[in-house]
Design a protein. Structure first.
Length: 408
């Protein structure tokens, strides 16, 4: 959990504004949910491994003896009735179930807000971080995936991020792959966790770990080594035996519908959340060894709260990683100016000058001139100000200003 200096905060707000505008332009509406959710909901099995990282909120007025007994038994829900949200998808499912009658048949939602996980802090991983989610609820066809991927790609472009691609797969393809390897259904989730580490431990590492689970690995190495050959053209010839052709046909349709988006078919893409039911996707950048966001279809989640299934699909941008990649320069603006005034300048006239510039749409900071003017201007540039002007100690007026670039 971090503090942010003015320059960092300005950079973050600039990036958030760009993402919001891009998502809104694609027809998504922003909502807000509480930072806390019911503990039983957060630990209902929908959040995968993230449930283990949830911050619990102790019950108020809990007696020490009861707390000790609950702790000894390991019954979390006897100790805590609330928890900080670990993502925005579980709160969205609860939100939709609560407000369905007030929402359109197909609901396109934006959620941009902090979430909390008891992570081991490292670069790109924090205990408090912002997620930027868009979700479409109520659309069962590929239109949902097309809109989500298109809107996310547009947001990345608007931020100035180049070289990104979107890896794409389908849970149905993973299911047929595991069936081809004769993995017992009860071992599917554990096997997927191992496959998800392919880029870190390689084919030999995956083979070894699957073997450690008691899974026969006779075909695993051959399949993984040859999987890249499937490319995007498997349907044009004899498809591999592990390929779910219906799911693959959907991925081909997605690619055809978005010729301007760089999609990369990756049959080993897993995504760690167990609630995904169909298409899954991740943002990749050539300079990074981790994803910049991801999502997929989760048709079974809403029904857990509503009692009837509703199709749903979502895409989340990993904001902290994105903003680290952008750096602080993104927030600098020629419309943000510094007036450096001399000691003794008439305060009323100085404020009147500032007000005139503010009314012209400028962001204006007043700074009294110091001996070390260079340091003063460097701080202003670091805070996102693009220009400066010196103001004399007479009667300052707009005509007397000569603005110079803080970048020069």
């Amino acid at each position: 959990m971090r503090d942010f200096l003015p320059a960092d905060k300005a950079s973050r707000e600039h990036a958030l504004a760009v993402i919001r505008r891009s998502f809104a332009a694609h027809g998504f509406d922003e909502i807000e949910t509480p930072v806390m959710e019911d503990a039983a909901r957060l630990h209902s099995g929908l959040g995968g491994d993230n449930e283990k990282l949830a911050f619990a909120v102790m019950k108020r007025g809990l007696k020490p003896a009861d707390a000790a007994a609950a702790a000894e038994s390991g019954d979390l829900l006897a100790l805590a009735d609330l928890g900080l949200r670990f993502d925005l998808t579980v709160p969205l499912a609860r939100f939709y179930a609560t407000h369905r009658a007030e929402l359109p048949t197909v609901f396109r939602a934006i959620q941009i807000a902090p979430v909390w996980r008891a992570e081991r802090p490292q670069k790109g991983r924090y205990r408090q971080f912002v997620q930027c989610d868009i979700d479409i609820i109520g659309e069962s066809g590929l239109l949902a995936e097309i809109e989500l991927i298109t809107a996310t790609a547009a947001a990345l472009d608007a931020l100035g991020l180049t070289g990104c691609s979107i890896r794409i797969n389908d849970r149905r393809i993973l299911t047929t792959l595991l069936a081809h390897w004769k993995v017992a259904p009860e071992l599917n989730e554990r096997a997927l966790i191992v496959i998800d580490k392919l880029d870190k431990i390689g084919v030999d590492g995956v083979v070894a770990e699957l073997g450690g689970l008691g899974i026969s690995t006779a075909d695993v190495a051959e399949t993984l080594n040859g999987i890249a050959d499937a490319g995007w053209n498997a349907a044009d010839s004899a498809p591999p035996v592990w390929l779910d052709t219906d799911a693959y046909a959907d991925l081909l349709a997605l690619r055809a519908a978005m010729p301007g988006v760089r999609l990369v078919f990756d049959p080993t893409l897993v995504r760690g959340m167990g609630y995904y039911t169909g298409t899954i996707f991740e943002i990749s950048h050539p300079d990074l060894g981790y994803s910049l966001g991801g999502g997929g279809r989760y048709d079974g989640m809403i029904g857990r709260f509503l009692g009837t299934d509703v199709p749903a699909c979502g895409f989340s941008i990993g904001f902290e990683r994105i903003v680290d990649l952008l750096g602080a320069d993104a927030a600098s603006s020629e419309n943000a100016v510094v007036l450096v005034y001399e000691k003794g300048t008439d305060s009323a006239q100085l404020v009147a000058l500032k007000q005139t510039l503010v009314e012209q749409g400028l962001r204006v900071r007043l700074e009294q001139r110091t001996k070390n003017v260079k340091a003063l201007l460097e701080r202003a540039a670091g805070a996102g100000y693009g220009r400066y002007a010196f103001v004399g100690n007479g009667a300052p007026g707009e005509a007397d200003l000569e603005f110079r670039s803080l970048g020069g």
